[in-house]
Design a protein around this ligand. Structure first.
Ligand SMILES: Nc1nc2c(c(=O)[nH]1)N(C=O)[C@@H](CNc1ccc(C(=O)N[C@@H](CCC(=O)O)C(=O)O)cc1)CN2
Ligand SMILES: Nc1nc2c(ncn2[C@@H]2O[C@H](COP(=O)(O)OP(=O)(O)OP(=O)(O)O)[C@@H](O)[C@H]2O)c(=O)[nH]1
Length: 439
């Protein structure tokens, strides 16, 4: 991970493609580029050049080059991009030439790690970039862009500055006390710590929406055998993902489909019909269905309108469960099931499907949608902020100003680990460990 190394990696996807993008960064970038292309292109302007192996002189490709002199580059170092023809042999030939020039393959996330080490972004912004690459829905993209743009960084840096001021006041109060000067700085610090702790606690008490949006919601359809669960899953997925049959007890294991519900990624599970059964395999399916219902962020309880609501499913209704009466092409839906007005649906002819989809979108967004303010998105954030709150509370209880100062310093360290101002090598490995190559 030495910054004196010059690194390279494929930044575009692997496999056959029209064009491949090779990234190069580090102190020898200018030298390497000159040896391959004859001379340096004009900074930040695309230039078409022949690339040759520096030792054999063999022509490797005719490519577009971009040269970014430091510090105006993604990493903040001298960097370059080679836009090559996408063939495997082209990539191999150019990679071999780069190795011959002394560059080495980059570790996953190493470009962004260098950008971080050069002070171009904080750790939360770096995580936002990783999330942007993984984003599958519009809401995930918006959250990731906001974080990559420094929204969390700004918030946490603001708290860090306030904390630094509190600490300075606390230290001043200690000195006044030594000089025998009466002062009310202690009270001010206690008040400031309480306000800050409350603000961070409010940010933490967001129901985990940012984390849910990043990871996706878990949803499950539960109901009696033959209620039409598989039919509903297929209707929502728009394809025949689960087997539908007139025989009760068809679905035995959990069948999952990925849905985009109003920008929120949802993993929707079809489960085995809930009933007592002597069949061991089906009984295991029923156990799995119950477990899914317990774990799910969003539960859809499905009843058949032409039958009395079954006790097993009724027993699993909770506040927030979406209750649906299916098969309304056969019978009118009841006004209430378990005290909740059901959505009327016919999975067979599509009646009520749009209304159900809108309701599910609203429910998904209320659990995981974007909030007004940037939300924390990872357990790492939650843990560090939780620690900061604990230390701030400790500071308020401290019997001596010296102890209060110590707790404030610990709170500041927690925030510092979050943004990377306290540069602990371990934290960096956690954050950059799951980046992809070329980022
Ligand atoms: N070809 C290509 N496309 C790309 C990237 C890239 O590196 N290369 N990006 C990579 O993630 C993203 C764009 N992000 C970038 C962020 C900063 C700089 C950069 O050179 N910044 C300099 C100059 C800014 C300016 O002139 O306005 C700087 O901030 O000093 C480049 C790309 C998405 N698309
Ligand atoms: N008339 C009518 N029949 C439906 C409707 N939805 C599903 N069915 C039928 O009901 C039967 C059971 O449907 P499934 O979707 O397999 O039901 P399930 O709840 O997944 O059943 P299990 O796998 O046994 O738990 C099939 O014959 C479906 O065609 C509907 O809205 N109207």
């Amino acid at each position: 991970m030495r910054l004196s190394d010059t690194i390279f990696a494929l930044a575009s996807g692997a496999g056959r493609a029209a064009i491949s993008l090779l990234r190069l960064s580090g102190p020898d970038s200018a030298l390497v580029l000159t040896r391959l292309a004859g001379r340096l292109p004009r900074p930040r302007q695309a230039s078409l050049r022949r690339l040759r192996h520096p030792e054999t002189g063999e022509l490797l490709d005719e490519a577009l080059l971009l040269w970014f002199p430091a510090p105006r580059s993604y990493t903040g170092e001298d960097s370059a991009e080679l836009h090559l023809h996408g063939g495997r042999a082209v990539l191999e030939g150019v990679s071999a030439a780069l190795l011959a020039c002394g560059a080495r393959p980059a570790e996953p996330g190493e470009f962004t790690r260098r950008a971080f080490l050069n002070g171009r972004l904080d750790l939360t912004a770096a995580e936002g970039i990783a999330d942007l690459i993984d984003a599958e829905t519009a809401a995930q993209r918006r959250q990731a862009l906001r974080q990559a743009g420094g929204a969390l960084a700004a918030r946490y840096a603001g708290w860090g500055e306030r904390l630094t001021r509190l600490l300075a006041h606390q230290e001043a109060s200690i000195e006044f006390a030594e000089d025998g000067i009466p002062n009310d700085l202690d009270d001010e610090v206690r008040q400031g710590a309480a306000t800050l702790a409350a603000e961070i606690a409010a940010h933490l008490a967001d129901g985990g929406r940012g984390e849910r949006l990043r990871e996706g919601l878990w949803a499950a359809i539960i109901g009696a055998p033959n209620a039409g669960k598989s039919s509903l899953l297929n209707a929502l997925a728009g394809r025949e993902a689960a087997i539908v049959s007139a025989r009760a007890g068809t679905t035995r294991d959990v069948v999952e489909v990925r849905l985009d519900l109003g920008g929120v990624p949802v993993l929707l599970a079809d489960t085995a019909g809930l009933r007592d059964t002597p069949d061991e395999i089906e009984a295991e399916g029923v156990r799995r269905a119950r477990r899914r219902a317990e774990e799910a962020d969003l539960v859809i309880a499905l009843f058949a309108a032409d039958a009395a609501p079954d006790a097993e499913t009724l027993a699993l209704l909770r506040p927030g469960t979406v209750v649906v009466a299916n098969k309304v092409d056969l019978a009118a839906p009841p006004a209430s099931i378990g005290g909740i007005a059901p959505i009327a649906l016919s999975a067979r002819d599509g009646t009520g499907l749009d209304a159900l989809r809108s309701l599910l979108e609203r429910e998904a967004q209320s659990r995981a949608g974007l909030s007004e303010e940037a939300s924390l998105t990872r357990p790492r954030h939650r843990a560090a902020l939780g620690e900061a709150v604990d230390w701030l509370e400790e500071a308020q209880r401290a019997p001596l100003p010296e102890l209060a100062a110590e707790s404030l310093r610990a709170a500041l360290r927690s925030l510092g680990r979050l943004t990377g101002r306290v540069g602990v090598e371990q934290v960096l490995d956690v954050v950059f460990g799951d980046f992809c190559i070329g980022k």
